[in-house]
Write a protein that binds this ligand. Structure first.
Ligand code: AMP
Ligand code: MG
Length: 369
C-alpha cells in the first residue's frame, strides 16, 4: 500500500516537472521570436529547446535576430521570374561510389607488399625520400610528412594498378571542382551582434581530368547592413569602397553565378562539388547571407570538400590554415592574401597538388543546420 502511494507520488512529480519544463521552453522561444507570425527554422527550435549553439565566432554569440526567422521568399527569387536564374541541380552529380570501392580482400598478398614498402619508406630520411621521388620524376617539394605520403601513395597505386585493383581517383566522383572563398564585411574589434555580409564571390573552376584551372568567376557584392567598409576590412581584403558601391546586391550576383554555372553545364552534363578551405564559407557566410537577402540556400552548397580536413587526413599533418598548407607544400602564395579570388586560386592550387599526389577528393563537410 505504502509502495503504491510512493509510485503514484513519484509519477505525479515527474509529469509535473515535464509540463513545467515544456511550458518554460515555449515561453522562452516566444520571447526570442518577437513578432506574431514569425516562423523559426526547425533546427532553431531544437537549439532553443536543448540550448545548443554554434561556436562560430560573432555568429555564435548573436542573439536571435530578424534574419534568423524563416524568410518568406518572393517568387522571383525562387528562380521563377524577373530574370533570376535558378540554381543548378545535383541530379547528375555522381555523389555515391561504386559498392566495390572499399571492398578490400586483405588476403591478397598485394597488401603485405604495400605494408612492406611503407615500412621501408618510414625508415627513409628526408634526403633519401627526395632522391627517390626525383628518380621517379615526382615532385620533390614539401615537408617530410608530405614527401612520405607522396612516395607511399605512388608505390601503393603502382602495385594496385599492376594487380588490376581500383585506385583512388577524384575524377570518378566529380568532373569539376568549384573552389569558393568569400570575403565579408568585418570590423576590428568585432562589435557584439555584428553580422558579416559577403562582399566578394569568387569561383575557380578546376577540371579534375586535366587537373587544370579552366575558368574563373569573380564579382564584388554591395553590402546593405554596413554599406561603408571599415578601414580594417579595406586593408585586410584590399577591396575598395568604390568596388562595392558599384557592385550589385547579393541576389543579383547569385543569379549571375547560376547563369555562369549553366554556361559550364555544371549540374547537367558535368558533375561538380564545392571546395573551400574550412567550414565557414558555407556554414556561416553563405548561410547568413541567404537569410539576410531572403533567397533560398542553394542545394548544391549543402555539402562540400573542406580542403583543410582533406589535407591533414591525407598527409597526416595537424590542421593548418591556407598559408601554412602552402608553406608545408613549399608553394608560395600567388596574389594577395584575403582577396577572395586570390585565396580561391591558391586553394585550387592545393587541390590540384593533392590530386597529383594521389589523394581522392570527396565530400567531408556539410551544412550544420
Ligand atoms: P579569409 O577567407 O581568410 O580571407 O577570410 C574571410 C573573411 O573573414 C574576411 O573577408 C573577413 O571578413 C574575415 N576575416 C578574416 N581574417 C580576419 C581577421 N583577422 N579579423 C577579422 N576578420 C577577419
Ligand atoms: Mg579569403
Amino acid at each position: 500500500m505504502f509502495n503504491n502511494n510512493l509510485c503514484i507520488l513519484c509519477g505525479s512529480l515527474f509529469v509535473g516537472f515535464a509540463v513545467i519544463f515544456v511550458v518554460y521552453k515555449l515561453l522562452f522561444m516566444r520571447k526570442h521570436s518577437s513578432g506574431d507570425n514569425s516562423t523559426l527554422l526547425g533546427s532553431q527550435y531544437l537549439q532553443a529547446i536543448f540550448g545548443g549553439g554554434q561556436s562560430l565566432g560573432t555568429f555564435g554569440s548573436m542573439a536571435m535576430a530578424d534574419w534568423q526567422r524563416k524568410p518568406e521568399l518572393p517568387t522571383e527569387i525562387q528562380g521563377q521570374g524577373k530574370g533570376y536564374v535558378s540554381a543548378p541541380d545535383m541530379r547528375n552529380n555522381s555523389l555515391t561510389y561504386p559498392d566495390t570501392k572499399y571492398v578490400k580482400d586483405l588476403r591478397n598478398p598485394i597488401y603485405r607488399a604495400i605494408s612492406r614498402q611503407n615500412g621501408e619508406i618510414n625508415r627513409m630520411s628526408k634526403e633519401q625520400m627526395k632522391a627517390k621521388l626525383a628518380e621517379l620524376s615526382l615532385n620533390t617539394s614539401g615537408i617530410g610528412e608530405i614527401l612520405r605520403t607522396r612516395l607511399k601513395t605512388h608505390y601503393k597505386n603502382h602495385l594496385m594498378g599492376q594487380d588490376g585493383l581500383e585506385t583512388p581517383c577524384t575524377q570518378r566522383n566529380y568532373d569539376y571542382l568549384c573552389v569558393i572563398d568569400f570575403e565579408a564585411t568585418c570590423e576590428e574589434p568585432t562589435p557584439i551582434d555584428y553580422i558579416q555580409e559577403i562582399i566578394e564571390f569568387p569561383i575557380v573552376l578546376v577540371n579534375t581530368k586535366t587537373m587544370k584551372i579552366e575558368d574563373k568567376f569573380d564579382s564584388f557584392i554591395r553590402p546593405e547592413l554596413n554599406p561603408r567598409l571599415s578601414t580594417f576590412c579595406k586593408d585586410l581584403t584590399s577591396i575598395t569602397q568604390k568596388q562595392v558601391d558599384r557592385a550589385d546586391l547579393f541576389p543579383v550576383v547569385l543569379s549571375r553565378v547560376h547563369e555562369w554555372m549553366k554556361t559550364k553545364a555544371l549540374g547537367k552534363e558535368h558533375s561538380f562539388i564545392i571546395v573551400t578551405d574550412g567550414p565557414w564559407d558555407m556554414n556561416m557566410y553563405l548561410n547568413v547571407q541567404c537569410k539576410l537577402s531572403q533567397v533560398r540556400y542553394p542545394s548544391y552548397a549543402r555539402q562540400w570538400i573542406n580542403l583543410c580536413k582533406t589535407f591533414s587526413n591525407f598527409y597526416k599533418t595537424k590542421r593548418m590554415c591556407l598559408r601554412n598548407m602552402l608553406a608545408a607544400l613549399e608553394m608560395g602564395f600567388d596574389g594577395r592574401p584575403h582577396r577572395g579570388i586570390d585565396d580561391a586560386m591558391n586553394i585550387a592550387n592545393i587541390a590540384i597538388r593533392l590530386m597529383e599526389d594521389g589523394c581522392e577528393l570527396e565530400v567531408n563537410d556539410r551544412l550544420s543546420q
